[in-house]
Design a protein around this ligand. Structure first.
Ligand code: G1P
Length: 229
């Protein structure tokens, strides 16, 4: 479905053309990737995030790469990954983006342990744990879904045993990689919407809609009427 979404939709585009819907056609063309610029793989079974990443090993090959979990929408200027690339260009190794989460939500995420000042913009990561039991998280800094990793991770994922939730966890493989290579944490400043929760998904829709001038002018009065009843 995702591959098709980014491909030419012949019937749809032909219908739009025959009905002179040039604006919609232009929009489709603008978001279509250039031929040959995307590659896809399949995770045949839902065995965990670590397993999903491992399924891309042949596409990535022997070079550092970025992971963006698409259910985490992040808004900032410059973008989160740009900020991370800057840190990576200075320090190399592995870079992950983190931000603070309230105590009662740490069990929903991967949580890092850091060396030095927790409030700094960047820090060395000294440990990490996937979905710690409530009350046991080492910090409030959660892994928010953007990573720059070295290809060594694939060797570790290959033999990674199942962890939290009975799944092959990327966090566990990163913990093993931490014994071999440095990990830098970057504190992300911006807005993050976790679309893995219903309320996060709804909030993201509203936030992005309010950024669109035309939509915002229709949406604002509707929202304020709802909030006032
Ligand atoms: C995954 C990661 C977790 C991270 C989270 C961010 O968990 O395993 O470390 O904090 O994404 O969304 P999932 O959301 O797949 O349970």
């Amino acid at each position: 479905v995702i591959e098709d979404h980014f491909d030419i939709a012949y019937e749809l585009e032909d219908t739009l053309r025959s009905r002179s819907k040039g604006g919609a056609l232009k929009l489709l063309e603008a978001i279509r990737p250039m031929p040959g610029t995307t590659s896809f793989t399949r995770q045949q079974e839902p065995l965990g995030l670590g397993h999903a990443i491992w399924c891309a090993r042949d596409i990535i090959g022997d070079e550092p790469f970025a992971i963006l979990l698409p259910d985490m929408l992040m808004k900032s200027e410059p973008g989160c990954l740009s900020q991370m690339v800057e840190v990576y260009n200075e320090r190399g190794g592995n870079v992950i983006s983190v931000e603070e989460v309230p105590d009662d939500q740490t069990h929903n995420y991967g949580i890092v342990e850091v060396d030095g000042d927790v409030s700094a913009k960047t820090f060395s990561i000294t440990g990490m744990v996937e979905k710690p039991a409530p009350g046991t998280a080492p910090t409030n800094l959660f892994i928010n879904g953007r990573y720059i990793l070295q290809p060594k991770i694939f060797e570790l994922l290959e033999n990674q045993e199942t962890g939290a939730g009975g799944e092959i966890q990327l966090t566990d493989a990163m913990l093993a990689l931490m014994g071999l290579e440095p990990f830098t944490g970057l504190r992300f400043e911006g807005e993050t919407y976790d679309c893995g929760s219903k309320s996060g998904f709804l909030a993201a829709n509203i936030a992005y809609a309010l950024e669109d001038e035309e939509l915002a002018s229709e949406l604002r009065p509707l929202l304020s009427a709802m909030l006032n009843t």
